[in-house]
Design a protein around this ligand. Structure first.
Ligand code: F2R
Ligand code: MG
Ligand code: MG
Length: 301
């Protein structure tokens, strides 16, 4: 089951990205999802980089992960990256240290975009047994491109949600309130604590416009990470329903789809992901291989 959960999280993240990629930026909350191209974007491209580096080093190495991000980006710069990461990569190539360059973005504030959270699923599965180690690695992998506290904390909460989903039993009813309480205890950040409370209050809400407005469906980590967690929790019974719901909220659909798929796939395991999506997924075999390697490294110890 654990192997299936590792694979489910990485494949689930890529499926959510591919599903949402045709609708990114459409702010309709009633998006009709009729086709699945299987092609994914920067979200999955960077998630692959995180997994490749964790595997190569059997853990986190900031300089190595940075070099992998740069190499992957230079091979396929057309994956739909936002402006921040490529600028950071250029600074690092000109000699700035990997853990300093991202501090230059946005006039020294650093980025609070959701780019560090959208790629973090491998950290969530790999460190699911040790949340303090998970926190440290989630933060440090963020630092490469996202130096703003809200960008790093968003990635850390997303990694923790994946870890909680790995440890939850999919054959028993999920207690959504308990899941949210654990995340609230985990994060020290007041903005995210307030959003977690709002997610709790909205669990029975039928109006998607209200959900998107109050939790957010934007590119900022604080306007998308909690939304993805919410999409999973209110649709925990079905992987398919969780990602379709996420994309139907509009806005940053590929990224909210990816983060929802990472949590839902970690909860259910890969068997719960519809075959029509798995079979059409770009480089699905390679992503599965990466997840299996992560699982193998963890279980060999
Ligand atoms: N880039 C996109 N979507 C644009 C359309 C792509 C198009 N379909 C195509 O194919 O070309 N999506 C991807 O970017 C998001 C992740 O972004 P990331 O990696 O966090 O980048 P960045 O540049 O650091 O931040 C994104 C935006 O957030 C705002 N922002 C962040 N920090 C800020 C700060 N301190 N002050 C003010 N604004 C800040 C800015 O608007 C940034 O541009 C994902 O959606 C991924 O799918
Ligand atoms: Mg994207
Ligand atoms: Mg996006």
């Amino acid at each position: 089951m654990l192997r299936s959960k590792f694979v489910g999280s990485l494949i689930g993240s890529a499926v959510g990205d591919a599903l949402g990629s045709s609708f990114e930026g459409l702010w309709s909350s009633e998006t009709k999802i009729e086709r699945f191209s299987g092609s994914w974007t920067d979200d999955t491209h960077m998630m692959i980089g995180v997994a490749e580096s964790l595997i190569a080093n059997k853990g986190f190495d900031g300089n190595h992960m940075t070099q992998i991000f740069i190499k992957n980006y230079e091979r396929e710069p057309w994956r739909g990256y936002a402006s921040g990461p490529p600028r950071v990569f250029r600074w690092i190539k000109s000699g700035v240290a990997w853990n300093e360059a991202a501090k230059r973005l946005f006039s020294g504030a650093g980025s609070y975009g959701n780019g560090a959270a959208m790629r973090v699923a491998p950290v969530g599965v790999f460190y699911h047994k040790n949340l303090e180690q998970l926190r440290s690695v989630a933060y440090n992998q963020s630092r490469i491109t996202h130096a703003h506290e809200l960008g790093m904390e968003g990635a850390t909460i997303q990694a923790c949600a994946v870890a909680l989903a790995v440890t939850a039993d999919p054959s028993s009813e999920l207690d959504s309130h308990r899941f949210l309480r654990k995340l609230k205890d985990f994060t020290p950040n007041e903005l995210y604590k307030r959003k977690l409370e709002r997610a709790w209050e909205l669990l029975g809400e039928k109006n998607k416009v209200k959900v998107a407005r109050e939790l957010g469906n934007g590119v900022e980590a604080y306007n998308s990470v909690l939304t993805a967690i919410y999409c999973f929790l209110r649709n925990w019974v079905s992987f398919e329903d969780s990602v379709l719901y996420a994309v139907s909220l509009g806005g940053d659909t590929d990224t909210i789809g990816a983060m929802t798929g990472a949590i839902s796939g970690a909860f259910h395991g890969v068997e719960a992901i519809p075959e029509r999506w798995k079979s059409g997924l770009e480089k699905g075999d390679y992503i599965e291989e990466l997840a299996e390697k992560l699982w193998f490294i963890k279980n060999r110890k």
